[in-house]
Unconditional design. Structure first.
Length: 474
């Protein structure tokens, strides 16, 4: 059991809003020395308003610049932790509810990302005792560390004290360069640390002009880019009407489900215009998850989806691509997913994760059960609807009433060629063994498996949904 031994008596919520934050370009150069980290950190403290000369004023919405990491693999924002603020890029993750950053004593954390130095914060309080150690299990890895409280800022908002995890160990390849941790934007009941999430403390204290967090996630997978690029914007406490058009279609969480993940029910899926038979009941419940790169679904449903694509193949359940499917790169895979009464199309570019070889490309929808430790049932979602879908909409996470809204993006945002494979995610050459093809849903089932001459390093695909051990469905 995780027991929070820290006394979190009063939560002081303070809004430090400096000059309006536009969508600044966040493009880090490779910084290698401790000194250059310090300089870069100082600049960023000013840039993001963690240190500011401007007079304090109250504000109740604040934009947070989002960085697109590694061709839409994950989307991060910059948090400040401690006094003076140490700054970190963290994945903005609606699929989990804990905040953590790697510490200077973490040997397994990302080497090219700043680490939190507990000795350099005058406001840090470390928890003590055995119960202060927490282990968090995500769909694509684990972290562990010690509980602490400190001042935490994101956008123009600060919470002090905020409980978070100072991580000293992570599983391999959880992250790519530049990212130091995760900011969970799910509900408190999902928190392994048992701490009230940053956003929820702001919402509970009426710091938001409306109880909403809204995302525009840029699509860069079909454009030439560097490792990190401006990747959209998160608005804390509201929406920005310049980023979407038409109405926001809010759909309440399914009946009988208490908020933990941002639950929605998948009502319908179409592929190439055809409606696919999918599971009903709790199996159709989805976590809407900005922290996961792809879309994962129930085995049978995902199989049915790919069955609509001639020449698609399930990749080996024992290999690196467990749960994933390949399909002929020449096909534009057109998928729509319905929540409530609206159907939202996924751009064909988002369905194509790159060529595996022999004209076969890796598909953006995978079998959640085969592809991760997150089995369905027992409170885990049947679907995890990640960035592959979310890049295509303006998404609004509203805590009261608990609901998620989608709207059409404003013209000119995420403009895409709409064709697959124009510039897919990079496939890194490795000497890994080739995946074998375990089955086929296409018409060429008996042909030889594709010869894979290039391999994707799939650690670039983040699956930051918290994996539950107990049922949260009531
Ligand atoms: C803040 O104010 C101090 C003193 O007025 C000044 O020296 C410093 O350059 C200012 N910093 C910024 C970022 O404006
Ligand atoms: C809303 O977004 C537009 C377009 O990015 C931007 O110019 C504007 O400053 C934003 N408004 C607010 C209040 O953040
Ligand atoms: C992202 O895509 C660009 C263009 O295809 C490619 O040059 C780059 O190496 C890719 N980066 C990663 C991390 O895959
Ligand atoms: C099946 O595979 C063969 C050889 O790889 C190819 O020539 C043929 O066009 C394929 N048929 C279909 C229907 O994809």
């Amino acid at each position: 059991m995780v027991f929070l031994s820290l006394v979190v008596a009063t939560i002081l919520v303070d809004v430090v809003l400096s000059d309006p934050l536009h969508i600044p370009i966040v493009k880090r150069t490779k910084v290698k020395t401790v000194e250059s980290y310090a300089n870069a950190a100082e600049k960023l403290r000013y840039k993001y308003g963690f240190k500011s000369n401007s007079s304090r004023k109250r504000g109740n919405t604040s934009p947070v610049a989002i960085t697109d990491e590694q061709n839409d693999s994950s989307y991060s924002g910059v948090v400040g932790i401690g006094t003076p603020a140490q700054i970190f890029s963290v994945v903005l993750d609606t699929g989990s509810s804990d905040l953590w950053v790697g510490s200077t004593s973490c040997l397994t954390c990302s080497v090219n990302a700043p680490a939190f130095d507990p000795s350099q914060s005058s406001t840090l309080k470390l928890a003590s005792g055995g119960s202060s150690q927490v282990h968090i299990i995500y769909g694509s890895g684990t972290v562990q560390g010690g509980l602490a409280t400190d001042t935490v800022s994101l956008g123009g908002f600060s919470v002090a004290p905020q409980t978070f995890l100072v991580v000293d160990e992570t599983s391999a390849n959880l992250f790519t360069d530049g990212v130091s941790g995760i900011m969970g934007l799910g509900f408190e009941s999902l928190a392994a640390t048992k701490a009230l999430p940053f956003w929820e403390s702001l919402a509970n204290n009426n710091q938001f002009s409306s109880p909403e967090m809204s995302f525009y996630l840029a699509r860069l997978v079909d454009q030439a880019q560097t490792e990190e690029a401006p990747g959209g914007v998160l608005i804390l406490g509201g929406t920005n009407s310049s980023l979407y058009q038409g109405q926001i279609d809010f759909v309440n969480m399914p009946d009988g489900v208490s908020p933990s993940y941002w639950w929605q029910q998948v009502n319908k899926v179409t592929v190439q215009g055809n409606t696919v038979g999918i599971s009903t009941g709790t199996t159709s419940y989805a976590a809407i998850d900005t922290g996961t790169t792809l879309v994962g679904g129930p085995s049978t449903d995902v199989k049915s989806i790919w069955a609509e694509i001639t020449g698609s193949q399930a990749l080996s359940p024992t290999g690196q691509y467990a749960g994933m499917y390949s399909y002929p790169c020449s096909i534009d895979v057109q998928v729509t997913i319905s929540f409530g009464s609206n159907s939202w199309p996924i751009n064909t570019a988002d369905m194509n994760l790159g060529e595996l070889g022999n004209g076969q490309c890796l598909g953006g929808i995978f079998d959640l059960t085969a592809g991760s430790d997150a089995g369905t049932g027992q409170g885990n979602p049947g679907w995890v609807v990640g960035d592959t879908f979310l890049k295509n909409v303006y998404s609004v996470f509203r805590s009261n009433p608990p609901s998620v809204g989608f709207a059409q993006l404003a013209d000119g945002l995420s403009a895409s060629s709409g064709t697959s494979g124009s510039n897919p995610a990079q496939i890194t050459q490795t000497s890994d063994p080739l995946p074998s093809v375990s089955g086929s849903s296409g018409s060429n089932a008996s042909s030889a498996p594709p010869t894979v001459n290039a391999m994707s390093s799939l650690y670039l695909t983040l699956f930051a949904t918290l994996v539950l051990a107990l049922s949260l469905l009531r």
